[in-house]
Design a protein around this ligand. Sequence first.
Ligand code: HAM
Length: 420
Amino acid sequence: MKYSCQKGTKDILPEEVYKWQKAESAFAEICGQYGYKEIRIPTFEQTDLFLRSVGDTTDVVQKEMYTFEDKGGRSITLRPEGTAGVVRSFVENGMSSLPSPVRLFYNITAFRYEKMQKGRYREFHQFGVEAFGAEGPAIDAEIISILVAFFERMGLKKTKLCINSIGCPTCRAEYNKILKDYFRPHLSEMCEDCQSRFEKNPLRMIDCKEEKCGAIAAKAPRLIDYLCDDCKAHFEGLKANLEALGISYEIDSGIVRGLDYYTRTVFEFKSENVGSQGTICGGGRYDGLVSEIGGQPTPGIGFAMGAERFLLEMEAQGIEIEKDQKVQLYIANLSPETQIEAQKLAFGLRKQGIGCEIDLMGRSFRAQMKYAGKTGIPFLLVLGDEEISSGKAKLKAMADGTEKEIELSGIADAIRSWNA
Ligand code: HAM
């Protein structure tokens, strides 16, 4: 029996893991600079949380959730995204009593049973932030600027920020009537999902993935043209704030996002790279969500970036992520006795902050040299009987072959001061 990883899942192998680590640490560092604190939430939640927050008419809930009954008969769902769990935690842990805004970030896996295509997986990773308690548009601009800073730090170019406003329940109620008037004569040509969404949630019909529905939805009236005065002012505020920060944007009135909790600001970063897989990241405001799941009315906003999409985009744009060399010294050894001495030496050096690798397989000297050359480890030291008895050895810089004779007790200093 041969096992393989499940469709839509992926091993992240040691030779590519450094890219993830670099992206994760850059994201965490930037979030930290903005005062966002990391939160870690469970992988699964009770199913009802997602029905209430993501929305029972969304594709995510209707078609994509990994839902099962556990042995205690509870309906459990592997999180299809992070916002619902973070909001649940915000309410459950009484975070509304903390000074506002409460700024959180996370790095999670998420699960959606989706049709496979490039950049679309069934288990994927999201880097996200959620901020609670601030109503004005300044925080909308703040979280967008986190992404701009992250892309800049990682060297990613050719991204396009698209923003839109999908209003509040007041303007949405008016708009829903207008939207239904528009869709009504086309309803019989539209898919079954759209037909059932017509009564329950007509806004969802705007982003239906069916081609025939998409063509009809493309000409539908846009919510941004029907915003109430408060929502209009909020959107103008966001635009002014982005302009003040020098962040360029486009208004895309077609963005409604695929999750039901959004109000007012919605945004996406898309790739401008030809042939790339669309949206790298998306987010928006959810001013009604905290109260929807049982908390005090509290405005909220956040985003999530697909880590796989981000890394694919880096690759597509030919941007290399530099590899860290954690091991600085290779200690070659020539016999079981010198192997033990090499092991002792390496044990001590690592405590002094010098990463070391040694051969433990009794390989020939030639094989060890070949291996050391391949790894890119910058320094080499050969430990034989003579070196052990004299307490001295030659330290060699692999880049140019230069050698220095040094005391075995002074290896760490010699490496640190090599280029000084
Ligand atoms: P979302 O647009 O559903 O929003 O997902 C955010 C990002 O996750 C997408 O832009 C994409 O990069 C990535 N993504 C989604 N599905 C997949 C998939 N099947 N395979 C690979 N990547 C995927 C949310 O999840 C919201 N929770 C974002 C948010 C946070 N809004 C407010 N706060």
